[in-house]
Write a protein that binds this ligand. Sequence first.
Ligand code: NDP
Length: 297
Amino acid sequence: MTTIIDGNAVAEEIRSGLTDAIDALEDAGVKPGLATVLMSDDPASQTYVSMKQRDCEEVGIEAFDYELDPDTPADELYSLVDDLNADDDVHGILVQMPVPDHVDDRTVLRRIDPAKDVDGFHPENVGRLVAGDARFKPCTPHGVQKLLASVDVETEGADVVVVGRSDIVGKPMANLLIQKADDGNATVTVCHSRTKDLAAKTREADIVVAAVGVPELITGDMLSEDTVVIDVGVNRVDADNEKGYKLVGDVEFDSAKEKASAITPVPGGVGPMTRAMLLWNTVKAAAEAEGVDVDLP
Ligand code: NDP
């Protein structure tokens, strides 16, 4: 029987596990704080940011909300980041991507104090992760590791195919899985749009992580029996319903489920974990900044 990996349930476990750490911080007079910066009128970005703020409030993290008009000069965004870097109540800073074209996203990411970079995208944190000394693991791939652990899938010695090589999902996912660590030690193949025969690669895999952004690219016939399938993709496709669209992943769920030993659904798989791991990183940032020992779930 195929296990449907319940991301909502695992995310809830992470959130409730974080409350002990948040209580320990409170005992030490510290309230973790996350600043979110939104510089976009894209409804999806606005929804993501408001969900992150709501998550913070639910677990006892202070959410500092900054919204800049998309026409704001880039320098104003950079000086806001400088102010947040200097603000002791702010332990984590998240600038919601994408930013408008006149803002260089790499400059923004480099401007954030690496100790407050709870997305884990600053080059210092990327380097630390690759070197096996991660400070903040990027939220989505870290969430994938937690999902695999939740259903006792061992990565040690497993052949993992990561489809996608973005800086926010594919690359950090591969880097985490090759680390000499209990949740690493995998043999990882990274595929992308220039990969010659994607199906040949995915058929060899014990675990497939799809982070492509192409609706239902990975189909059941591209998988071997008993593959573990993690679908990171979130794609809107037209649907005959009230909204006019529905969300689908990068994996064709129905055909893949026939082959998989375990599979994440979309929605309700990786998405809730990305949000939970942002809280995790924020609590870690607060504990490290304030020198408080906490146990993280
Ligand atoms: P990007 O667009 O940055 O990267 C997509 C990657 O997929 C690229 O490496 C690209 O290759 C590769 N790719 C594209 N088409 C193909 C193909 N036909 N065959 C093989 N590889 C292909 O996307 P992201 O990594 O940012 O996001 C991927 C998906 O995950 C999206 O649907 C996004 O919405 C979702 N997402 C979900 C999150 C969550 O919390 N659930 C969080 C972040 C993202 P190349 O490099 O050659 O162009």
